[in-house]
Design a protein around this ligand. Structure first.
Ligand code: HEM
Length: 275
């Protein structure tokens, strides 16, 4: 066989699946429907779509990690959570590309968005649900789509990553208050003294509680990246629209600054002061 034969590229795909078929590229690459003829609207749409695709993978990993932790299969969970952190890192980098859009460019097509806003991103809310931050307003927004609303409701009513982590502390023998173990998981998680005490002991004897210690650090990674995403979003928004109101109806940057105050896993941050 000659060198040329060895590298012969397949070109007859009349009966075979191509790369484009497998990835359904037709539907993905034909979904950038600009509402204006402004050049920069393409960037705006693609940045959002890329972020949503990464969120889809994030959810896939987070939910699988929740199941693994429930079954005390920590190693696969750590691998999935590490992947989530790397995805978050990618989405944060997307802000650099978006920041090349100036206020004048954005104003060139902003009016065509109407009231559409990332505020209505149901995947973003599902990520928040998985992290224990439960804001049900998104269920109302999607009343018009019962199938999607049912999926959202399921995610809203499911225990999150932190709930199963606390259950893991409990299984290890730490005294966790009943009010936390039996908590209503449709409510946003609130800090609890018994949980803080348990994490403190984990951090004080890392050799003994290596899995829980590693789990805690994976959660801190995710929260840390999430905050960095929120911060870059807020700053990019300020750079592009200043302090104008958002298309979703909020105060804009003021609102985005306020959400930065929320902690998903509060005790894991408190414990650092306590040690
Ligand atoms: C020019 C670019 C952007 C501007 C000016 C902008 C502006 C805003 C504003 C003002 C809000 C607050 C809600 C509102 O009143 O609309 C918001 C929320 C949000 N945006 Fe953006 N955004 C931009 C890009 C993005 C991108 C690329 C994403 C990626 C998916 C995104 C995702 C979100 C999410 C998830 C929220 C909800 C945040 C929360 O409630 O904590 N945004 N955006």
């Amino acid at each position: 066989m000659t060198e040329h034969d060895k590298n012969r590229i397949h070109t007859d795909f009349r009966e075979k699946m191509t790369y484009g078929d497998y990835l359904d590229l037709d539907s993905i690459l034909n979904s950038q429907n600009r509402l204006s003829d402004h050049h920069d609207e393409m960037l705006f749409i693609i940045i959002h779509q890329v972020s949503e695709l990464w969120m889809k993978l994030t959810l896939h990993e987070l939910w699988a990690a929740v199941d693994s932790i429930k079954e005390e299969k920590y190693q696969p969970a750590f691998k999935m959570l590490a992947r989530v952190s790397n995805i978050q890192n990618q989405i944060i980098k997307a802000w650099d590309v978006l920041a090349t859009m100036t206020p004048s460019e954005y104003l060139g097509f902003r009016d065509s968005l109407g009231n559409a806003s990332g505020f209505q991103s149901y995947q973003y809310r599902m990520v928040e649900f998985a992290l224990g931050y439960k804001t049900p307003h998104v269920l109302k927004i999607y009343e018009k789509d019962p199938e999607l609303q049912a999926k959202l409701k399921e995610a809203y009513e499911a225990p999150g990553l932190y709930d199963v982590a606390i259950q893991a502390l409990h299984n290890e023998g730490f005294a966790i208050d009943e009010s936390v173990i039996d908590r209503d998981v449709t409510k946003t998680y609130e800090a609890n003294e018994s949980v803080e005490q348990a994490w403190t002991e984990v951090y004080q004897d890392t050799d003994r509680y290596w899995d829980l210690y590693q789990l805690a650090e994976k959660l801190v990674d995710i929260e840390d990246w999430m905050q960095q995403w929120r911060f870059r979003h807020m700053k990019t928004v300020e750079r592009i629209i200043g302090h104008k109101k958002g298309t979703g109806g909020s105060s804009g940057v003021g609102y985005l600054k306020q959400v930065l105050d929320h902690y998903f896993f509060p005790e894991l941050w408190n414990v650092r002061t306590k040690l």
